[in-house]
Design a protein. Sequence first.
Length: 181
Amino acid sequence: MECNNVREELVAYIDDELSSMGKHTIEAHLADCKECAAEHDKLKATIESTHRMEALQPAQNWWETLQERLYAPDSDLVAAIHALREAIMRLESRVDGGGGRLAPVKEIITLEEVAAYLQIEPDVVWKLLNDIPHFEVGAELRFKKSSVDEWIRMKESGNCDDLFDWYISTGRLDRVDRLEP
């Protein structure tokens, strides 16, 4: 058995969750491989020390306090969470398959790329064209990714006032009557 496979199974081995054949295979490998045996010992010591730790008891009203902080209209925590989520989404959209390197930001995207970005089928994008900001290049549709992101934020917040302001600022007043409340 390869070291990577053994290391993936070490927690299950320590927690006695493997079949007898699996245990035997791991034990045989640990007997022959000093690196995996050392990893096993460290992991087992860590698990045992966490079992010895005293459980923390939260304050009696911790859930209510958390809810109040999360849903406070001027909550810095909510703003920070949204900013972090957006930053992660921007980074994830830039990571290519070549070794985790960042790809350049692609601001103008096609209908198929918008569909993939929104995780919906292209025909659903076609049905939402009255809502999703786009423009035409020749006979083809293009989307500005930052505008799509802004549209998502406004839909997510459910604040139609923001959508109305956005439609006014982008000259899309003809589409305001199609907005969902």
